[in-house]
Design a protein around this ligand. Structure first.
Ligand code: M6R
Length: 588
């Protein structure tokens, strides 16, 4: 997803912006650009590809004390220099994250007014509108207000006006944007990691708020152009928490943080085998809808099994992009739980808003503090994963699964289950330290991998298959084992790699008989289980330490993550920034 940075202050803007752009790389991008001021004119440098390519054509010694930077993830118009941001029309230069849904309508209107467009993007209508309104109204704040009232969609926008180079303007709706401050000046950025090498003090810009930054002060306005006061927040983590710390990739580093993440999440809600006040009371809810996208949906499926099984409550789990458009039945005792690492996923946010419009209570399970979903939900339970940089989520998934186990215990009233979570961090460490390279070697040069399992193991299969797909580009398919005979088994031959997951005693024999059918058709089987079964229906196995069912999924996911990581490494993939993917999907 696109990333935005901006700076105005006493120091040179370009080195700062380049630095910040590098911390936004994890969001996924295909081109980048920078705007700066020289001789009172805004200059723009853009390049397709990595930020290094931009750096190669940029003179970092240019003495501009104001600038905007952008990493673009193509939506409207392919990756090219002309479509990269910043975009300049007349006096206004803009960087934008999000989508302007009514851009065609606006563009057609502006074309009739002889305004020229140089790109295929939706973004260009923003500087074009600003410049158009500015012709008859020289008050920039009022011009911004008119522009906000005209555009529809999601946007975080940074602006420089050539007639006012001592100010940097910003506004947002839907897409995230923060303002930050250090001793030298002010910044705007899409997220906190982008500015963390300069400062940990930041302010969250809310929907339809406008920020006006000067080198030594900053003002905020609402859409009525009344001045508003904003709270300065301090980011708890350190710069080191988002550095690689010697690991080859963020994905590997983040997987290896899982023991700590488990403990941090547990200790935030539980002390001495009792819930702390940080855990909310959910007694009144008899029906739960869990909603999320991608891995957040798969962890939601785990939540569905755990809560319905242990708390005896009707739970359904749905993909947010489906949920938001279907007919949903609510009643007074319904709770909608939105799961999201970033807290900014567009479909998940829309599902949350839909539930709220229907006056249903909402609970957010979110990692990024202060994100849109966390702010808009009635209740928020944070997972304590810390900043997650790799596009493929790993430690946040484990933290979410941990929290869902806690919710299942809370809702069930079986508080004695809390003691089952003691010492799990040691079992996590054990699994993290196994060598998964031999498993990966069996997979990395194959085109198709199937993951089979039932019930909660099937949810884990879906997560395992997604991890492999997104990091290694192998076609990986999760199949509910009972469904094999209804079609998919025809794909099995001696070239197929199968990961079979079975962690439940009650259904062990069922899944094993499916694996036997697969093995007898020549497939190579990796069996992941918590029972030490000696048999010939698998080629390799991974034994997960035996723990209570309430917490078991967080162990089984670890080998799946590390197998995917090692396969991607053998295939030489760009592990932390897989092609075509963005860390946070803030547009539909
Ligand atoms: O930030 P969110 O948890 O809302 O993101 C949801 C999905 O986009 C995300 O889980 C995605 O599927 C990951 N790339 C999976 O690793």
């Amino acid at each position: 997803m696109c990333g935005i940075v901006g700076y105005i202050g006493k120091e040179r803007a370009i080195p700062k912006i380049l630095n910040s752009l590098k911390f936004l790389e994890y969001r996924g991008y295909d081109s980048s650009g920078i705007a700066y001021v020289k001789n009172n004119k805004v200059n723009i440098i853009k390049e397709v590809g990595k930020i290094k390519a931009l750096e190669n054509i940029l003179d970092i010694n240019i003495d501009s004390k104001i600038g905007l930077g952008h990493t673009r993830w193509a939506t409207h118009g392919g990756p090219s220099v002309k479509n990269s941001h910043p975009h300049k029309v007349g006096k206004f230069t803009v960087v934008h994250n999000g989508i302007i849904e009514n851009y065609l309508e606006i563009k057609n209107e502006l074309l009739k007014n002889n305004i020229e467009f140089k790109s295929d993007t939706d973004t260009e209508v923003i500087p074009a509108l600003l410049d158009f309104y500015y012709r008859s109204d020289k008050n920039i704040l009022s011009v911004i207000k008119k522009t906000i009232n005209r555009i529809k969609g999601s946007y975080a926008v940074g602006i420089i006006c050539e007639d006012d180079i001592n100010h940097l303007y910003a506004f947002r709706c839907g897409s995230p944007l923060i303002v930050a401050k250090d001793d030298s000046g002010y910044y705007i950025a899409s997220d906190v990691p982008a500015i963390l090498s300069f400062t940990n003090k930041y302010i969250i810009l809310e929907e339809n708020e406008i920020a006006v930054l000067e080198s030594n002060r900053c003002e905020f306005y609402n859409l009525n152009l009344n001045k508003i006061k904003k709270e300065i927040k301090v980011f708890e983590g350190t710069y080191e928490t988002i550095m690689l710390n010697g690991y080859d990739h963020y994905m590997l580093k983040e997987i290896h943080e899982e023991g700590k993440v488990f403990l941090d999440t547990l200790n935030y809600y539980v002390k001495d085998n009792s819930f702390k006040d940080t855990m909310i009371n959910l007694k009144k809810y008899k029906r739960i809808h869990i909603v999320g996208c991608g891995s957040a949906y798969y962890v939601g499926l785990i939540g569905e099994y755990l809560i319905s099984e242990f708390a005896n409550i009707e739970v359904t789990c749905e993909v947010a992009s489906e949920y938001r458009y279907k007919k949903v039945f609510y009643n007074d005792s319904t709770l909608v739980i939105i799961i999201s690492q970033s807290g900014e996923t567009a479909d998940s946010l829309a599902a949350l808003r839909m539930a709220k419009e229907n006056h249903v209570d909402t609970l957010a399970i979110v990692n990024v503090v202060g994100s849109s979903i966390s702010r808009e939900a009635d209740y928020t339970l944070y997972v304590k994963a810390g900043p997650e940089i790799a596009v493929a989520t790993t430690k946040a998934f484990l933290a979410q699964a941990t929290l869902l186990s806690l919710l299942a215990i809370k809702l069930s009233g079986k508080l004695e289950l809390l003691k089952e979570l003691n010492g799990i961090e040691n079992k996590i460490e054990y699994l993290l330290n196994l060598d998964y390279r031999d498993y990966a070697k069996e997979i990395y040069n194959h085109d198709n991998v199937f993951y089979i399992g039932r019930l909660i193991d099937y949810a884990l299969c879906q997560e395992g298959a997604l991890k492999l797909k997104e990091t290694s580009y192998i076609n990986a398919l999760a199949i509910s084992s009972g469904e094999l005979k209804h079609g998919t088994i025809s794909l099995i031959n001696d070239n197929t790699r199968v990961v079979g997951i079975c962690t439940k005693k009650e259904i062990m024999s069922k899944t094993i008989s499916n694996l036997k059918e697969i093995k007898s058709r020549g497939a190579y089987v990796i069996f992941i289980t918590n029972e030490d079964i000696e048999d010939d229906f698998y080629d390799k196995k991974i034994i997960i330490p035996k723990v209570h069912d309430i917490i078991e999924p967080i162990l089984t996911v670890i080998p799946l993550q590390l197998i995917a990581y090692n396969v991607a490494k053998y295939r030489g993939c760009d592990i932390d920034k897989p092609r075509n993917l963005a860390k946070s999907v803030t547009v539909e």
